[in-house]
Design a protein around this ligand. Sequence first.
Ligand SMILES: Cc1cc2nc3c(=O)[nH]c(=O)nc-3n(C[C@H](O)[C@H](O)[C@H](O)COP(=O)(O)OP(=O)(O)OC[C@H]3O[C@@H](n4cnc5c(N)ncnc54)[C@H](O)[C@@H]3O)c2cc1C
Length: 647
Amino acid sequence: MDIIAFAKYVPNIDRIPDNAWDYEKGTLLRSRLQMHFNSYDQVALNMALSIRQQRSDVRITVLSMGPSSATDMLKEAIAYGADQAFLLTDKKFAGADTIATAYVLSEGIKYLQSTGKISHEYAVICGMQSTDGDTAQVPAQVAYYLDAPLYPYVTDLTMNDKEFSFHCLNTVGAMTMTTSQFPLVATATKLYKKLAFYVSLDDMVRANNTPISLITVDDMSLDVNRIGLTGSKTRVIKIFFPEKQEKERQVLDSRKDNFKSEITDMIRSQIRLLGQSAELTDSGVASEQLDTSASYYSGDCVSLCEIVDGYLSQSSLETSSRCVQLAQQLGVNAMAVIVSKTDAEVVQTLQTYGIKKVVFIEDLDEDSVCVHDRARAIAAVLKDLKPQIVIASATLTGRVIAPYISAELNGGLTADCSALELRDTVLKKETYSNILHQIRPALGGNIMATIVSIYDNTEDYVPPQMATVRPGVLDAVEAPAESCEVVTVSASPYKLNFSETYTPHQVQQDDEQADLTSFEVIVCVGNAVDTPESVDQVIRPFCRQLERVFNTPVGLGCTRAIVDKGMLPHNHQIGQTGVVIKPKLYIGIGVSGAIQHKIGMEQTEMILSINTNPEAPLNSFSDVVLLGDYEKVIEQFSGQLSQLSVQ
Ligand SMILES: Cc1cc2nc3c(=O)[nH]c(=O)nc-3n(C[C@H](O)[C@H](O)[C@H](O)COP(=O)(O)OP(=O)(O)OC[C@H]3O[C@@H](n4cnc5c(N)ncnc54)[C@H](O)[C@@H]3O)c2cc1C
């Protein structure tokens, strides 16, 4: 059998040289960027190699779409152990968004099949996302185009003669999906760490002697209207730099004598801060209704909601609330679509947030990640509702369902937005009002991009402008609707009946941690905390102590470094690919403050950093810096806290 491992050649976003930015235009000079093998795809290749260790008849093919210089990366993949590599390369592919990329990659696979380079029994294994785009959309869209089941967020896998068993993460926890269905698409997370690449001199010689086959548009029978910029359903209309905020900072050095008294004063001021009532935001007030005379799109606004652990998720309320606000501005209705048994309580809650119609899709397991069935059923409902805007939460499940739906609707999708605004916009040389500006971080948070959907609005069916928004970014604001219509549809006609079984796992969640966004105080564990024992013996007791002093529950967050090491589950991760928090107090323990982390916590009222390095980026936007080894600082901090709690 064949394993196709995708490989994307991406800029090293951690090392963007200053001279690569054109600060005036806000663009990047790509020729000045250092390029490398997407680290998630390296994990996928690693998975493919371990499958070949379990089954000797496996052939590994690496497939990439990119510039001709990507052959260097493909040679690297051959040196790691891949059997053959192909590069889809053509100027006409340039400017492709995810949907145009997924189309070319899936056609590339069909081409390899038709030319006998791979068999009909194959599995595509790719990284869950790329480090530059970070959208996680392409794998789901490729699965759609190949009519294949998708197994996202694989942390481990086993295989025998007939079946694959994938251990996958989902919004609720984890599950094992077992399948004998081919083709299939699986995406790798960095929790999978089976092999380390080993490259011998022989491997290097073999890589050098293995030709990388180039495949161009002329080699494949492609629909040229679906490739490159022409085939893209989204356009970047603006790029800008995230705002830099300089704060007045208090630096307390643990080596100085007055550290203890300073820390006590600081804690007292925190208690005062927490005692103040939360400020009310005005985001629930709808802006004035805009002039809709020159609208490009028409229809209602739909929020795709999720049931998590039996309850309507908080992030569903956030997307619903934004839909209600946008609908008010547009003078249309806000609706919700949800995979769930019809539930009066859910209707009542959504109505409280202003939703006027709820469509329940029944006959599907609410907790499963059976992306294909859910997405097909939701897409069918959306085809019927014909909304102009669809917003989903960028949860683990939302991030794979939404791209699958966008492929089915042949529309664009912007992942992980941090803001959604209606603005006058020039589309096809005319100015239209009320176009959805989808604003998101790009290139690992180094820049922000404003993206719009662009379709032919003269067609019978015009897809919606679709976006996902990270949990915690939007405010959920009550704005009761007078009534709420309820519609129930069955998912049965849309089930693909792939031969698969799944077993949900009770993931060890600690719990109280279900929703990190709900805490007023969050302690965030960074890479400096290097063992699970340190989390249990130093950090958790510190949290419990803070709870007693501040009289409020304390949430335990972490950086991606901690999730990647498998020390805490993903629902603890703060940042661009985790949750966005806005607590009153954030305490970063050994956290460097990388831009991707900052995006998720910079709206905190008071930031406290405990770090050995005075130059750590987190310190530069913290209110208080406690310099020193975290164990020693916490020991002293705790000493002062216990004195305060008995006063
Ligand atoms: C596309 C993309 C998305 C990403 N998304 C996220 C995201 O959502 N969330 C996220 O967090 N990251 C994300 N990352 C990763 C991010 O770039 C950083 O690698 C990560 O945040 C670093 O975690 P850290 O601060 O814990 O570790 P490090 O960068 O290793 O920092 C450790 C810090 O601890 C300090 N330290 C060391 N020893 C001690 C000690 N004994 N006591 C006190 N301090 C000490 C060090 O000085 C350092 O500042 C993403 C990266 C990419 C490319």
